[in-house]
Design a binder for this molecule. Sequence first.
Ligand SMILES: [Fe+2]
Length: 275
Amino acid sequence: MAKFVGAFAASHAPLIARDWPLLTEARRNEMTAAYRELGRRMDAVAPDVIIELSPDHWVNFFLDNLPSICIGVGDAHEGPPEPFMQKFPYRPIKGHAALGQHIAATALARDFEPSISHRLTLDHGFCIPLWKMELASLPPLVPIIVNDLEPPMLSVRRCFAWGRLLAAAIASSPDPNLRVAILATGGLSHSIGEPNMGAIDEGFDHACIRAFTDGAEAPLVDFLEARMAGAGNGTHEVRNWVIAHAAAGNRGFDLIDYRAVPEVYVGCGFASWRV
Ligand SMILES: [Fe+2]
């Protein structure tokens, strides 16, 4: 039985990397402080492996092949291909095949049908938080791609089920000494490639944070199913936060920071869960 040591969440945005030098010093300091605090909390629980949940921004998959969930089960994964991510310091990214395979097997045994990949390319969605958190060292990853980009997507209710499944897979892992953390990336509200591109729905974001803080499943499902799609197409990435929240037992949400950052088009949230 492995040990589930913590769950974490952070926003990502290409412009956090590409336009970093163009941000004001005050803005860079705010963002740096939030990512570093997330990294400090991650380091404090000393994970041996991180299960990371992110969308794929058309790097591994496209409309001709679009899994709802894909688990990276390989020993290594490629770093981000975007030109603005060239300085990402961890390449290739070490995977954790044993835990990835165990999660996939646990899923199938419980009537979930994920795709798997033995070598994924991890884009800015996975890598900006890993980069900006400035971890003492990067442990191996089990990357899990969640389709947050193109309908049909997982229902929010199903994201809760996936979170519980990940907790069960960690609990049933045969390595008793393995320390496992979950990191969800994406959200909060943002709109990309739409007529209202750049719009941030701060009202949605604050209500979303309240719903995570309250914790209960049904109100959070109802709120997100009613409001998420209207808060911008990128807001669908909040699904990853839901999976982390459910893995943590729907409780212990602790907001590190939230701020709307129009320069990067994203309502940026940072949080952890006590597990
Ligand atoms: Fe994204």
